[in-house]
Design a binder for this molecule. Structure first.
Ligand SMILES: NC(=O)c1ccc[n+]([C@@H]2O[C@H](COP(=O)([O-])OP(=O)(O)OC[C@H]3O[C@@H](n4cnc5c(N)ncnc54)[C@H](O)[C@@H]3O)[C@@H](O)[C@H]2O)c1
Length: 291
């Protein structure tokens, strides 16, 4: 029981990684607000069923949960969801933002709505929740926040410029908030998950055809939940501003971006001056090449 009597909001908790996280947090004694808008992968056709089903599941196992069938992309919903946690359970200890959608398109074909919707759910959704959760945690002088980012954001992926931008944005949001909230004993970390869910089903298809179990190759949503429980527990009070991968039985720590090579001009750089020293003194060797 690593989260006894803690109160947790988990967005995207109706399916996939969010659902597994909600179940494990409840098993560890947390009272859970199961937040899910119940949409399809592209964000359409909302339904209350996924959130309500997870609440039923938690209660059947003897845990405590309420449903918040709300759209995290709305600023007002952020306030409503935090208020629901306070009204239901009297405090807020953990905020886990897992909710997300996918609208794949190459940059040269992307519609404005495809960009806006993905940024709205992932990145603005993170802001909407943090904006109302942080004052509560600041006053309590404690709290744990976990945001879900992606390898597509940190390393890039050609078919999801909207998603990659949103996921990289969440890392910036996490590191800024980690710095702002450190003195209030509030931690903010990111997870890069890799798990078989409806979001990765297409990726998993070729692997399954090749005879591999999808969970075997990608890992499963329930493999990711233990890291969330740890990051929200008293054992991780000193861990903040970091990014961790969770995939199957693998955990990994990501580096922080930093300047790795420096060169100074005598006076101001000229374009030709940069060209003259570029390969020998700045370059891009030792890094991932995109071309
Ligand atoms: N599965 C992976 O391998 C993988 C890889 C990298 C990143 N991620 C990220 O992990 C998170 C969970 O992914 P998953 O694979 O479990 O996806 P999923 O599609 O199975 O679950 C996402 C859940 O979010 C909910 N949701 C979507 N929009 C919402 C909104 N506006 N308000 C509230 N709820 C909303 C959906 O209804 C759904 O239940 C996502 O942020 C995803 O981008 C997943």
């Amino acid at each position: 029981m690593m989260l006894k009597d803690k109160v947790a909001i988990i967005t995207g908790a109706g399916r996939g990684i969010g659902r597994s996280t909600a179940l494990l947090m409840a098993e560890h004694g947390a009272k859970v607000v199961v937040c899910d808008y119940g949409v399809s992968l592209d964000g359409s056709a909302p339904s209350s069923e996924p959130a309500n089903a997870v609440v039923r599941e938690i209660r059947e196992r003897g845990g405590t949960a309420v449903a918040a069938v709300d759209d995290v992309g709305s600023f007002e919903a952020g306030q409503r969801i935090v208020q629901l946690a306070l009204d239901s359970f009297g405090r807020l200890d953990c905020l886990i933002h897992v909710a997300g959608i996918l609208r794949e398109r190459m940059i040269f074909n992307m519609a404005e709505a495809e960009w806006d919707d993905v940024i709205r759910v992932h990145l603005k959704g993170g802001f909407n929740l943090l904006r109302f959760a942080t004052p509560v945690m600041r006053q309590q002088r404690s709290g744990s926040i976990v945001l879900f980012t992606s390898r597509s954001g940190l390393r890039g992926a050609p078919g999801v410029p909207n998603y990659a931008a949103a996921k990289m944005g969440l890392v910036g949001l996490a590191r800024s908030t980690a710095q702002a909230m450190a003195k209030y004993n509030v931690t903010v970390n990111c997870i890069v998950p890799v798990a078989f869910s409806r979001m990765t089903q297409r990726m998993a298809g070729p692997m399954i055809q090749a005879g591999l179990g999808a969970g075997e190759e990608l890992g499963l949503p329930e493999d990711v939940a233990p890291l969330v429980v740890f990051l929200c527990s008293e054992a991780a009070r000193h861990v903040t501003g970091q990014v961790y991968t969770s995939q199957g039985n693998k955990l990994a720590l990501w580096s922080q971006p930093r300047e790795i090579r420096t060169v100074y001009a005598e006076g101001r750089w000229t374009p030709q001056g940069i060209a003259d020293i570029f390969e020998s003194q700045l370059g891009q060797d030792e890094l991932v090449r995109f071309k």
